[in-house]
Design a protein around this ligand. Structure first.
Ligand code: MYR
Length: 131
């Protein structure tokens, strides 16, 4: 189950990924230490998400397979949806400003939640521990 609170523990290639996303260097440095914490609460197809970081706090909800909009911390708007493939969450989102696609997955690996990101040929991971 994805339910619970997850604190980012480490990231792989996340700075390169943010660079490809067009995030400037100052913000990348800050974002590398954003202390991101995500709380997920799934009921059937519905997820309630609480996000907290050094940038912002955000409460939202989505339903698997249903398109919603999501603003990144810098205001970049995404539109897309999450789906479930087996035990893995798979999200496909489109940037509203340039039409490019951002793909993301979430999987529980051992005791950790591993989120992958892919955009414009660059892949990254952030790995969360229960907290
Ligand atoms: C959620 O389930 O947490 C809410 C919806 C997430 C949508 C996709 C998230 C992509 C985040 C990419 C971060 C990029 C930073 C430059």
């Amino acid at each position: 189950t994805y339910n619970g609170t997850w604190k980012v523990d480490r990231s792989e290639n996340y700075e390169k990924f943010m660079e490809q996303m067009g995030v400037n260097m100052v913000k990348r440095k800050l974002a590398a230490h954003d202390n991101l914490k995500i709380t997920l609460e799934q009921t059937g197809d519905k997820f309630v998400v609480k996000e907290a970081s050094s940038f912002r706090t955000l409460d939202m909800e989505f339903t698997l397979g249903v398109t919603f909009e999501y603003a990144l911390a810098d205001g970049t708007m995404l539109s897309g949806s999450w789906g479930m493939e087996g035990d893995m969450m798979k999200g496909t989102f489109t940037r509203k400003d340039n039409g490019k696609v951002l793909k993301t997955t979430r999987a529980i690996v051992g005791e950790e939640l591993v989120q992958s990101y892919s955009y414009d040929g660059v892949e990254a991971k952030r790995i969360f521990k229960r907290g």
